[in-house]
Write a protein of this length. Structure first.
Length: 686
């Protein structure tokens, strides 16, 4: 082959390649097509690949755009990006702006505007996405969806009322909006790494999860409306955000969306409540000890406070905490030959309680062997020069004994004084019913828990630790408030009801120096009688009949402790209240005396209601506890309990007693003037 033939062959090949390229380009099967109105006309085109629109086509069947239809997407999973251009028709019937054929499932139409067609969008395939677009109202029908086909509009402008949207049988339309969830903490700082949930369980609604970035933002496409062939549904959402590592959480409910805008949901998340009990470990004691002095070591996995008991809670002992309030120690002196079970009682700083951990130990002091040097000299008589002595017996009547045997086999018995071991007579601390008698658990002079009983007699019955009229009972509500170091008033755990009336006789009865609780106690019975009576006329008649009764003097007994020298160490070196010590004291007092219900807390201190009066705890400069009672018996019980608690402190603080008297005739007059309503009186919790 000569050179001329070679060049002819090469030229023919180039021409052939060019012709193939042009053919493929015109068939729109290359990777991307840009419709520019020149070589590529949009109107009437069949779109087989990802394409863009680079001009505003006018589909009016003229020379420039020779069709009255727009373009048709004919393959699945392809994208048409109009880049903000408008597809404009002439309004002829039966023509469309943009169409998806039955084979164009999961195709996308992005950033397009369609105007003046018989059908602006003709959706004839499934799962079609229309994004950031507008279908103008000058279209005869803005959207037509074929039977059983579906489309999703994200930030699309269209007419939502009237008959502009045609949904054939079984067709659905999902309308979504852009949503950003902005998660911040209590100081307004962004919370990154927060888990976010957008939720509505209705059919067609969104159930979405995501996570915030470092800027605290999480982005979602959320369904605002769901259209079927016969109905439209609008949705509101529950939005929740949490960060487990930071223990933060927050939520917002009833969040509704606005169309065609960026919807911003601001969530300020706060600390999750701590409801987990502390982990408690008893490091010691455990096992056998050869000395009567035992070291107590208790640890927790978080800051808190711990007490312990070795007699099933009858006597509680305090501990000394380390700097982090996670280690607690004390010492205990036991008795030789006795086994003990130590139980720890611990609270964390959020008031969560753990009283389930125990440890068993025993004290067994080794036998004492006395071995004097053997005597010199002869003779065949055995000399007692060594003794093997056993363990001391249990303490009985203030004495312990032990026996021993000498090297010669002779026996002897030794004795020593010992402390009194109490036999617990109480099954319930405080007051309870035993048949028709009130059983009261008290502490005697030796520190032992003993029971005293009071028979209610034939005319009364015992109910909830009180003598009441027959066929009546004392209604006691139970409530348990979690103790919190941030709220000392709630650190007394078991409580007899917090639903006490806020309106009491002391609010309107003049009582001078007599505390409000005394007036409330005295007026309670009379108040109930007023409500149960036939009316004010009958009450006035009874008042005249029993007028001498109102001349009777009320008695007010107060039991007080003034810790002027901070001997109980309720204040630290900076003069601030040591919350942990205060919690321990109040818990011990409640265990000795009975249930204490927080009634009021102020900057000066707290007030507690008890079964027979009320207590005041002052912490504004001096630490003061004062119990107020109307009966000598109740005040004596409180005095015994308070002295029992104070015995656990090294500094001795005196307990003061005082009795006051006042007439209630003034209270009766005020009651008649005010004529408090029946509704208010029924709210009294007596």
């Amino acid at each position: 082959m000569d050179k001329k033939q070679v060049w002819i062959t090469v030229l023919a090949g180039v021409v052939l390649i060019a012709m193939v390229f042009v053919a493929l380009h015109n068939a729109k099967v290359l990777g991307f097509v840009a419709y520019n109105g020149g070589s590529d006309i949009f109107c009437g085109s069949t779109i087989n690949s990802a394409s863009s629109l680079e001009y505003d086509p006018l589909c009016d069947n003229d020379v420039g755009d020779p069709s009255t239809d727009g373009g048709t997407l004919s393959l699945a999973n392809i994208l048409l990006n109009c880049r903000g251009h408008q597809v404009l028709g002439n309004g002829f019937a039966g023509h469309f702006g943009i169409k998806t054929s039955s084979s164009a499932d999961s195709s996308s139409i992005y950033n397009c505007r369609v105007s003046t067609f018989s059908n602006g969008l003709n959706i004839s395939s499934n799962n079609v996405q229309v994004i950031d677009s507008a279908v103008d109202p000058d279209n005869t029908k803005e959207v037509f969806i074929s039977p059983s086909k579906s489309a999703t509009f994200l930030n699309v402008t269209f007419t939502e009322s009237g008959n502009k949207i045609v949904r054939s049988t079984g067709a659905t339309l999902t309308v979504q909006e852009y949503v950003v969830v902005n998660v911040t903490n209590t100081t307004g700082g962004a919370v990154g790494g927060a888990s976010v949930e957008v939720y509505n369980g209705s059919t067609g609604a969104s159930v979405l999860t995501g996570m915030t970035g470092s800027n605290g933002l999480a982005y979602f496409n959320v369904t605002r409306q769901y259209w079927t062939d016969s109905a439209n549904f609008n949705f509101t959402y529950f939005v929740n955000a949490s960060n487990a590592s930071l223990a933060l959480s927050g939520n917002s409910s009833g969040v509704s969306l606005t169309k065609n805008v960026l919807n911003v949901v601001n969530l300020n998340i706060t600390a999750l409540p701590d409801t987990t009990s502390p982990l408690v470990t008893i490091q010691s004691p455990s096992g056998a000890y050869t000395t009567t002095g035992v070291t107590i070591n208790i640890s927790t996995n978080e800051a808190g406070v711990c007490n312990y008991s070795i007699d099933a809670g009858l006597t509680n002992y305090t501990t000394t905490a380390n700097a982090s309030n996670t280690g607690f120690n004390s010492t205990f002196t036991g008795t030789d030959g006795v086994s003990y079970t130590l139980k720890a009682y611990c609270w964390d700083s959020a008031g969560n309680y753990n009283g389930t951990v125990t440890s068993t130990f025993n004290i067994a002091v080794p036998a004492v062997v006395v071995t004097p040097p053997p005597s010199s000299g002869g003779g065949g008589t055995c000399g007692d020069y060594s003794w093997t002595l056993g363990s001391w017996s249990s303490c009985a009547n203030g004495t312990q004994i032990r026996t021993g045997t000498s090297n010669c086999g002779r026996s002897k018995t030794e004795s020593q004084s010992c402390g009194i071991i109490c036999a617990n007579q109480c099954s319930v601390i405080g007051r309870s019913c035993d048949g028709n008698s009130i059983s009261t658990c008290n502490v005697n002079e030796q520190g032992c828990y003993v029971v005293s009983k009071e028979d209610c007699g034939a005319d009364l019955m015992c109910s909830s630790g009180r003598c009441v009229e027959l066929n009546k009972s004392v209604i006691v509500k139970e409530n348990v408030d979690s103790a919190k170091s941030s709220d000392i008033g709630n650190n007394v755990l078991p409580a007899i009801g917090t639903g006490l009336a806020k309106i009491r006789p002391s609010n309107f009865i003049p009582h001078g120096d007599i505390p409000a609780a005394v007036v409330d106690t005295a007026a309670g019975t009379a108040a109930v009688a007023v409500v149960a009576g036939a009316g004010w006329a009958a009450w006035m008649w009874l008042a005249v009949l029993f007028l001498p009764l109102f001349a009777v003097k009320l008695r007010h007994y107060s039991i007080s402790v003034f810790d002027s020298g901070n001997g109980l160490r309720m204040f630290d070196n900076k003069g601030k209240v040591d919350e942990m010590r205060l919690v321990r004291l109040l818990a011990a007092l409640q265990q000795q005396f009975g249930t204490m219900v927080l009634a009021e807390k102020t900057a000066e201190g707290m007030k507690y209601l008890v079964h027979s009066g009320f207590l005041e705890v002052r912490t504004d400069g001096l630490f003061i506890i004062t119990g107020h009672f109307s009966k000598a018996k109740d005040s004596q019980e409180f005095e015994n309990a308070l002295r029992g608690v104070l015995r656990g402190y090294s500094n001795r603080i005196p307990v003061l007693k005082q009795i006051e008297r006042a007439s209630i005739i003034g209270a009766w007059r005020a009651l008649m003037r005010e004529r408090r309503s029946k509704h208010e009186l029924e709210k009294l919790a007596f």
